[in-house]
Design a protein around this ligand. Structure first.
Ligand SMILES: NC(=O)c1ccc[n+]([C@@H]2O[C@H](COP(=O)([O-])OP(=O)(O)OC[C@H]3O[C@@H](n4cnc5c(N)ncnc54)[C@H](OP(=O)(O)O)[C@@H]3O)[C@@H](O)[C@H]2O)c1
Length: 288
């Protein structure tokens, strides 16, 4: 039976630490404050947003929620992000993706104050990450690394295959995995929708990390005996009695082969939330 890489037991003490930091900032008269901005009615995105606000409320982080109607002109979004970034009592800004097609995402990224950039959206922060001089790292890549570290999965010299090359997950995670000691020091292969023979790439890996949002794309035959699998995806799939969240890995068929695998939901998700909250207090402490 493979080890279940559960996120909650690792995330809970991290959240407790965040709550403590938030309390001391509030005691000093500077309660940490997160501004969130969304321009989507996508139910999954709306739910993630709601969960963020609930988690912040639980830990003593103040929030300001901005929802721009998806049909509004992009200028409304640019103005909202600029105002949130400039607000004196806001420590951190988070912009929920996806954004409408007519929005210039690069412009949104540049409108976030790099000192208030909760999820490493600003190109200066992404550039610093690549240069090995991070000011802040994005929540989901941090979540994957903290989870693997907590379960003692050795990455030094290991062959790691990533499935997905997004700016939010695949690209920054690949760069973090490549860091020299005390970083992970892994050998990294990054796959995407044009990759030929994906199975050959994943089968060659000690650790497979998937973030492509394609339910059951990875079946057991695509994994090496004894591999560790981190399934970042949580795709909302409608069912007869509501909906469920499904990963990229066919967990039933992977179970016989792998040494360790994350559950979906309950693996990376709780960790991503904890990492985002930690980023908010990190930014707030620097400003205080
Ligand atoms: N658990 C969490 O905390 C958390 C947080 C954020 C996101 N997520 C989930 O993570 C997933 C990825 O998010 P994202 O924002 O990175 O998504 P994204 O921007 O849509 O990127 C998806 C990536 O997967 C690649 N891909 C798609 N189909 C593929 C295929 N058949 N074979 C190989 N690669 C394929 C795409 O390739 P191309 O570049 O060629 O298009 C792209 O690079 C989503 O399911 C999302 O729900 C989870």
């Amino acid at each position: 039976v493979p080890t279940r890489l559960e996120g909650e037991p690792v995330a809970a003490p991290i959240r407790a630490g965040v709550a403590e930091e938030a309390r001391s900032l509030a005691d000093a008269g500077a309660p940490p404050t997160l501004a969130t901005v969304r321009m989507t009615e996508d139910p999954a995105a709306a739910r993630f947003m709601e969960l963020k606000h609930e988690a912040c409320a639980d830990l003593g982080i103040r929030t300001r929620a901005h929802a721009v109607p998806p049909e509004a002109p992009p200028a409304r979004l640019y103005g909202t992000v600029r105002d949130a970034s400039e607000a004196a009592d806001v420590d951190a800004v988070f912009v929920q993706v996806p954004l409408p097609d007519d929005v210039d995402e690069g412009r949104v990224r540049r409108l976030i104050d790099p000192e208030k950039d909760a999820d490493c959206f600003h190109p200066a922060n992404l550039g610093r990450l690549v240069a090995g001089d991070s000011r802040i790292d994005p929540a989901t890549p941090r979540a994957v690394l903290r989870l693997l570290d907590a379960y003692g999965v050795a990455l030094g010299g290991a062959d790691v295959t990533l499935v997905g090359r997004s700016t939010a997950i695949g690209r920054p995670l690949a760069n973090l995995l490549l860091r020299r000691p005390p970083g992970p020091d892994a050998t990294v292969t990054v796959c995407h929708s044009r990759t030929r023979d994906l199975g050959a790439k994943t089968r060659a890996a000690d650790v497979v990390i998937t973030a492509c949002g394609r339910p059951r794309l990875i079946d057991g035959s695509m994994l090496a005996e004894g591999a560790t699998v981190v399934d970042v995806s949580a795709t909302r799939v409608e069912t007869d009695d509501g909906h469920e969240l499904v990963g990229d890995v066919d967990a039933e068929r992977a179970r016989d082969r792998v040494t360790a695998i994350t559950p979906v939901p309950g693996g990376v998700g709780p960790m991503t939330m904890a990492m985002l909250l930690e980023n908010v207090v990190t930014l707030a402490k620097r400003r205080a």
